[in-house]
Design a protein around this ligand. Structure first.
Ligand code: COD
Length: 159
């Protein structure tokens, strides 16, 4: 089965990498889909190209994982590339409410489109891109929270 793991990935964390690895073990093909939202360009720390580059480097050892960008509706993108399901990571109940709404709406947009959830690993369940950026901005150590490619990119941004 071909699945899509979508997100902002601004930036890609060890939590994202863990979900990608586990999805790659379960499914034949995984497309990590990076949201490129032109109207929110200024709100991202990393450009879509930078995020794709970081993810490609982080998943280099996973032969059935590819990385792509998408704009507009996720459900349309999944349909266009011929994938069968969306994979999401769940950290806490707070994620669940938002994800539940999106899963229902995506299935309404493309009937039959399933959303499958992978529970965050305990050790990464507290990791978020937002917190990683905040810690890095103030010079804190995020080396245990992100893959080496993200760490290098954060150091280049913040010095
Ligand atoms: N451990 C496990 N999973 C995690 C972790 C962690 N530490 N951190 C994040 N995750 C999961 C998230 O729950 C999410 O499933 C995924 O990883 C990506 O996370 P983020 O934060 O990078 O990405 P989001 O949540 O901002 O991505 C939102 C989408 C881009 C998927 C969404 O906005 C979208 O589909 N947009 C396109 C427009 C659209 O179709 N909208 C929906 C209409 S119904």
């Amino acid at each position: 089965m071909h699945v899509v793991y979508p997100g902002s990935f601004d930036p890609f964390t060890n939590g994202h990498l863990d979900v990608t690895r586990r999805a790659a073990r379960l499914f034949g093909k995984v497309t990590v889909a990076v949201l490129e939202n032109p109207s929110k360009r200024g709100q991202y720390l990393f450009s879509a190209e930078e995020r794709v580059e970081i993810i490609r480097e982080s998943v280099r050892d996973l032969s059935n994982v590819e990385v792509a960008t998408f704009q507009g509706l996720l459900a349309e993108f999944v349909k266009a590339i011929g994938a069968q399901a969306i994979v999401k990571g769940l950290r806490a109940v707070s994620d669940y409410e938002y994800e539940l709404q999106m899963a229902h709406l995506n299935r309404q947009l493309v009937p039959g489109l399933e959303t499958l959830f992978i529970l965050a690993a305990t050790r990464y369940s507290f990791v978020s891109s937002t917190m990683v950026k905040e810690i890095a901005r103030y010079g804190g150590d995020v080396s245990k929270l992100v893959p080496p490619a993200t760490l290098r990119a954060l150091k280049a941004k913040y010095g």
